[in-house]
Write a protein that binds this ligand. Structure first.
Ligand code: ADP
Ligand code: MG
Length: 372
């Protein structure tokens, strides 16, 4: 017999795809802060985030007219029609993060103030459906928003157990993803954001895990994230690729002689070949598509493959932003927005390999550490 699933269960099922683990929870909150134009973002994690996750920003704040909608599923201030999706520049557009966090945690509290109200703010507590459960006005608050999540995944006991078991690993992953976000604003027009991340274990002291300077360039952010040593032997990446569309019968019939190739600009930093020494891991490799952190596995593989033909045993440090027309990629592939569908991806990978090989071999002296 086919029966419909009750609303609460549906909400939990779909929310569990948006917020998968600690890193996606923190990512969604930081994305909201960046979308709100914050220049100062502080993340506070208590006991690996198991106790609470708090993100404090200096963004636009939430206007009182939006209080009732902020936590509701598919309610967003960033996208109105499906067509907007091809030009969207904000990180968020699905209107699902806050609603999912409400469904998946014990308690969600938002404190917010817009410039009209500042320095006074409003505290909203949301229920599991993202509805405002209680509201108290007039707390001291500068313009901006604080979102506090307590007891993440408590409504999903299996996932909570998994999180408790792996909390150290999850914190590591979250910090790594936050590092990528610390590099984003620099990748985009050098708009600096001051990002501070603290962790406080139960009964322990609060320690600073990440801090970037608000006026930072990519190099300065790299230095604050991993120390000035990481800057040694980094060289600029600057490739212009012409990616021809993948040939399907339909396309061949439709466009025989029109040039529909996509121009892709790859810019960033990569470590020089360093025979016999250097890092061997692939953990410090950060990829962005139009400034959006993502995991393009084929692109990452291409980088490592080409690099290894020049430097057999090491993987490079990479920060690479792929700038391409927004209609050449689809960011709405997975609810967590970490997978991006690239049109003609195979041709892009082939062009990238060729571009890297050319760059590495034609200016070997630039890419190789001298005297080794
Ligand atoms: P989305 O980001 O896809 O719009 P969210 O569920 O993440 O969906 O957020 C819902 C809405 O709440 C956003 O569209 C935005 O208007 C508002 N919002 C959420 N977080 C913040 C924030 N930190 N500052 C200002 N507005 C916010
Ligand atoms: Mg969002």
């Amino acid at each position: 017999m086919i029966k419909s699933i009750d609303a609460t269960s549906i909400h939990r099922i779909t929310s569990g795809q948006v917020v998968v683990d600690l890193q996606t929870a923190v990512k969604e909150l930081v994305e909201n802060s960046l979308d709100a134009g914050a220049t100062n973002i502080e993340v506070r994690l208590k006991e690996y985030g198991l106790t609470s996750i708090e993100v404090i920003d200096s963004g636009s704040g939430i206007s009182p007219d939006d209080y009732d909608k902020v936590g509701l599923k598919h309610h967003t201030s960033k996208l109105q029609t499906f067509e907007d999706l091809s030009i969207v520049r904000t990180f968020g557009f699905r209107g699902e993060a806050l609603s999912s966090l409400c469904a998946l945690s014990e308690r969600v509290v938002i404190t917010t103030a817009t410039s009209a109200e500042a320095p006074m703010g409003t505290v909203l507590e949301l229920d599991h459906f993202g509805k405002v459960k209680s509201r108290s006005s007039k707390v001291a608050r500068q313009r901006g928003t604080t979102v506090t999540i307590e007891g993440l995944f408590k409504p999903l006991p299996v996932r909570r157990k998994e999180y408790e078991r792996n909390s150290k690993l999850q914190l590591g992953k979250a910090l790594n993803l936050l590092s990528a976000y610390a590099l984003v604003p620099c990748a985009q027009e050098n708009k600096g954001v001051r990002l501070s991340v603290y962790h406080q274990p139960d009964g322990g002291k609060k320690t600073l895990q990440i801090r970037t300077d608000g006026t930072a360039t990519v190099r300065a952010s790299i230095s604050s994230l991993w120390g000035p040593k990481q800057l040694e032997n980094l060289v600029e990446l600057d490739l212009h690729l012409d990616v021809s569309p993948e040939k399907t019968t339909l396309k061949r019939l439709q466009s025989v002689d029109t040039d529909t190739s996509t121009k892709v600009h790859v810019r960033g930093l990569i470590s020089k070949f360093y025979p016999g020494r250097g890092r061997t891991g692939t953990d410090r490799q950060y990829f962005f598509i139009n400034g959006r952190p993502c995991n393009p596995s084929k692109i990452q593989k291409a980088f490592n493959e080409v690099y290894r033909t020049f430097n057999a045993n090491q993987s490079p440090f990479i920060v690479a932003d792929f700038i391409l027309p927004t209609n050449a990629c689809d960011i709405n592939v997975s609810p967590d927005k970490r997978t991006i569908f690239l049109h003609s991806e195979n041709n892009l990978v082939a062009a990238l390999k060729e571009g890297l090989e050319d760059a590495f071999s034609s200016s070997r002296s630039t890419y190789a550490v001298q005297g080794t």
